[in-house]
Design a protein around this ligand. Structure first.
Ligand code: SAM
Length: 361
């Protein structure tokens, strides 16, 4: 540094009031970590079984050092995980539904992934030129699939399944194919709504064990099969009444046509193709909610699908008639749901190259 007049007099530096904004961020981070510690120590599971307890018993049962138990419990009360009355603690309604691991609505894995995955090494993630998990079998992990399952139950699954059940052909449908179905919850929910429906969940071979666990958990082993393979090279049968593709197409976005060809061949005439994906704003302009856009970009191989109107036209080119299109609220903003029927009067146009089929991203 040249010249001592550039050295500030510390006492005269006016503290910027804006720093309080960063303080709120830090507090949010600390509260988030307290929430994760509530999951990791099993405190909500214990209270879920026991109903209520005092701080001494909670410290003993969860292994939390007595020196930390009072402020830790106070933090959980502040963030809406616990209630306290006369020194007796209990789960709030939100904790009972979302943080007790035996609840159908458990969100623990979904909450944990934010702190573990790409958000935890954000600078590394946003500098990357290629997805980290680039090998076919290197991802996604079972934990990620669990997190997706829990996220879908925040309303996305209910909206999509309700929309499908309103399709004219739903109650006569016999077979559904869920491509890149992961947890298989969409197929499970559809089979719960139509007792004659049977399903195939198709995903990468290393995911199938996780899929099978969900199928068994919902007692659908006699109606739903999980099959491992690569949608680009393997076959998944034909004669389906419904084919569902949800949040799978991002990495194929530069070459979607071969996948549409395969789906066309798999569906019965008059059968239903359901697509659920995020799209970027027209012209790929940034949306109004930065962190939501960033979350979507991280979850969709860097970029959601582009040009929703061109995507709509692709259905027609490939022999489908779009019968409904609507927004579906998700934790990262709306996704776009398309319902389209295989229309025999609209031939599926294919180039010679496409007939040789190669859909590698
Ligand atoms: C983002 S997840 C979507 C899971 C589920 N459909 C949903 O919407 O919650 C994408 C799924 O597609 C699977 N997948 C990706 N590429 C695949 C491929 N080439 N063949 C088969 N499955 C694939 C992944 O393993 C993963 O389970």
């Amino acid at each position: 540094m040249d010249g001592c007049n550039e050295i500030p007099f510390l006492m005269r530096l006016a503290p910027p009031t804006e720093i309080k904004g960063f303080g709120c961020l830090l507090e949010g981070y600390q509260n988030y970590q307290a929430l994760i510690a509530a999951l990791d120590t099993g405190i909500c599971d214990y209270l879920g079984e026991k109903g209520q307890s005092d701080k001494e018993e909670l410290a003993k049962e969860t292994g939390i050092n007595g020196m930390f138990i009072r402020p830790f419990l106070a933090t959980l009360v502040d963030i809406g995980v616990l209630t306290v009355e006369d020194g007796v603690y209990a789960n709030t309604k939100a904790a009972t539904e979302f943080l007790v691991s035996s609840s159908a609505f458990f969100q623990g894995d979904q909450l944990r992934t934010v702190g573990k995955g790409q958000w935890n090494k954000l600078s590394e993630a946003i500098r990357r030129k290629e997805p980290k998990l680039n090998g076919f079998s290197s991802g996604p992990s079972g934990a990620f699939i669990n997190a997706l399952a829990q996220r879908s139950l925040q309303g996305e699954l209910q909206t999509i399944v309700r929309t499908i059940t309103q399709w004219d052909g739903f109650h006569n449908a016999k077979r559904v194919l869920d491509l890149g179905g992961g947890h298989g919850l969409y197929t499970i929910a559809l089979c719960q709504e139509n007792p004659y429906l049977h399903g195939l969940v198709f995903d990468k071979p290393h995911i199938i064990e996780t899929t099978q666990r969900y199928i068994s958990q919902y007692k659908m082993d006699n109606r739903i099969t999980a099959k491992g393979g690569d949608i680009c090279i393997d076959t998944f049968g034909s004669g389906y009444d419904i084919v569902l593709i949800s949040h799978l197409l991002y990495k194929f976005r530069k070459n979607l046509e071969p996948i549409f060809n395969k789906v066309y061949d798999a569906l019965k005439p008059g059968g239903l193709l359901v697509s659920n994906h995020w799209f970027c704003a027209p012209g790929c302009k940034p949306g109004s909610h930065g962190v939501e856009e960033l979350a979507k970009a991280l979850q969709s191989f860097g970029h959601p699908l582009c040009h929703v109107e061109e995507f709509g036209a692709l259905f027609e080119k490939k022999g489908f008639r779009v019968i409904a299109s609507s927004d579906v609220p998700t934790p990262y903003g709306n996704s776009r749901l398309h319902l389209a029927v295989k229309d025999q009067d609209l031939p599926c146009k294919r180039t010679a190259e496409e007939r040789a089929c190669c859909c590698r991203s």
